[in-house]
Design a protein around this ligand. Structure first.
Ligand code: NAD
Length: 512
């Protein structure tokens, strides 16, 4: 039923096909961000197609649950091997659909494989049934706790890291014993289909992992199907819409949203290292990284020196559409206007462009922009820019740096550069974010045992690590009476003597 073809290379055509057009009803195109050319057409899964996928997942979930931790571990390690063996092909699909250089795409696949491996190998240890202390008052009870699968998890993914990001939910949800229905971003449907085909190559008769392609409506339909949890990664405004739909059926939600991550550079920092990481964190993947560096607060005594080193480094960057480019085009064409507006707003507010400026914003590619003395109230400081621009502001001292870093509604990640590691830890504790790296950027992203997620506008809930496994599980508490209680308190015919004895025990145990 391929009716539509969006062959236009208008930037907006990628994200907003006309829903009124009958031709837009059945399929959508994934486009090459380098050229606007159509890569392939994919079906738009409507409500009934999504519901059918969830029904199939419900049946598969029972089989998956019955595999137990050991069985699932084996299946998931087979899946991992298949992804690892196909890494070059998957990285090519990522590179094609996002426009990022092949090396960046490959790095993303490597990280996703690490997480899949960790989730497969650690699910049992984290989630298995265990005895827990029952306490003096319930000494006659044997208490145990286990983490049961939720059932079917719906995963809604973004396009900027179309493997690493959704696999952070998919791997952990599968390892926790759930079936998954994944709705990839409309910009990267081929990546989703590649993952589904790879699962099917190892378990063709068990639709434990399925992909439904489509636009926002397909994601909305998934949230409406009554899945047992939605794992959403994307922007805050979309998260609000998803949450409103989930609210109708009390479907729980984990929301991984945007960021406005700050880097703090102390006077004693290794400035070359800080500049190198800043360049990578701010400009890598064309700045389209949720936990990328968007704001840098540098203590005044080293501000100019840091700025000089950063500028020298970034001046060597070569954005473009080839695999040896430093970074590629903007994947989502309408983001270009947002980046431009943030630069304009900062300059109108009195900021200085140390490198680039409004002219750096091209039709598809944005050359690096470094801004300084940017008013803290400007959009470039307060809102997610998601482009290859960075704000480098001067601060009096580290206290002011922490205050400013904490000054937005976001709270995803942050980084600190100082040679004093104890100071680094102390500052890390004061930052209102889910994650902090000292003397690196994004250090936490590649460590599968560390939970990933933010606070405030950056969302809630966690993927990765033991918390990520529990996020997709339901704690189940069970007590088994070991012997009859010496005190008969849970009875309509409670003896006064037992109540008096309990009152004396309460004083003895808690009243002193
Ligand atoms: P987006 O919010 O536009 O879309 C995300 C997904 O939601 C897509 O699959 C989209 O089709 C779907 N969607 C859109 N409308 C929907 C609706 N009404 N109901 C259900 N689903 C709907 O985000 P994006 O542009 O794909 O991704 C960029 C954003 O994601 C940035 O803000 C970035 O910071 C954030 N992000 C966060 C993380 C993280 O882990 N915190 C990781 C990557 C990206």
């Amino acid at each position: 039923m391929t009716q539509k073809s969006s062959t236009t290379d208008s930037p907006d055509s990628q994200s907003s096909p006309d829903p009124q057009s009958p031709a837009a009803a059945a399929t959508f195109a994934s486009l090459d961000p380098r050229t606007g050319d159509v890569i392939a057409e994919y079906p738009i899964a409507d409500e009934s197609a999504v519901a059918e996928a969830v029904d199939r997942a419900r049946i598969a979930a029972r089989w998956w649950d019955a595999q137990g931790f050991r069985g699932r571990r084996e299946w998931l390690l087979e899946f991992k091997k298949a992804v690892a063996r196909g890494a070059t092909s998957l990285a090519s699909v990522v590179s094609r659909e996002t426009g990022k250089p092949y090396g960046d795409a490959f790095l993303e696949v490597m990280l996703a494989v690490e997480h899949l491996d960790w989730a497969a190998k650690n699910a049992k240890q984290v989630l298995k049934a265990r005895r827990v202390p029952s306490g003096v008052a319930s000494i006659n009870q044997a208490a145990s706790l286990e983490y049961r699968p939720l059932g079917v998890v719906g995963v809604i993914g973004p396009w900027n890291y179309p493997v690493y990001t959704p696999m952070g939910s998919i791997s952990y949800a599968l390892a926790a014993g759930n079936a998954v229905v994944f709705k990839p971003s409309e910009l990267t449907p081929g990546v989703g289909k590649w993952l589904e085909e790879t699962w099917n190559s190892i378990a063709p008769s068990q639709p434990v992992f399925q992909v439904v392609t489509g636009l926002g409506e397909t994601g909305s339909a998934l949230a409406r199907t009554g899945v047992d949890k939605i794992a959403f990664t994307g922007s805050g405004p979309t998260a609000r819409k998803v949450m409103a739909v989930c609210a109708e059926s009390l479907t729980p939600l984990v929301a991984e949203c945007g960021g406005k991550d700050a880097m703090i550079v102390a006077a004693d920092a290794d400035l070359d290292k800080a500049a190198d990481f800043a360049a990578f964190g701010a400009f890598g993947n064309a700045g389209q990284t949720c936990a990328g560096v968007e704001r840098i607060y540098v203590v005044e005594s080293v501000h100019q020196e840091f700025l000089d080193r950063l500028t020298t480094l970034v001046s060597r960057a070569k954005p473009g559409g080839t695999d040896d480019s430093t970074y590629g085009p903007m994947t989502l064409p309408r983001q270009i206007d947002i980046v431009r507006s943030h630069i304009d707003d900062a300059l109108a507010g009195g900021a200085t462009a140390v490198m680039g400026g409004p002219d750096s914003v091209g039709d598809r590619i944005i050359e690096p922009v470094i801004l300084t003395n940017v008013p803290e109230t400007s959009r470039a400081v307060c809102e997610e820019t998601f482009g290859p621009t960075v704000v480098v502001n001067k601060v009096r001292d580290l206290d002011e740096a922490v205050d400013r870093a904490n000054g937005t509604n976001y709270g995803l990640g942050a980084s600190i550069f100082t040679r004093d590691k104890a100071k680094g830890r102390e500052l890390a504790a004061r930052l209102c974010t889910g994650m902090v790296s000292v003397n690196s950027v994004l250090g936490f992203a590649g460590i599968p045992s560390l939970p990933f997620g933010g606070i405030g506008e950056s969302g809630f809930g966690r993927i990765h690590g033991a918390d990520g496994l529990r996020e997709f599980s339901r704690p189940k508490s069970v007590t088994v009476e070991r012997f009859r209680s010496p005190l008969k308190l849970m009875s309509l015919e409670r003896p006064q003597r037992d109540l008096d004895l309990s009152a004396r025990m309460l004083k003895l145990m808690h009243g002193r």
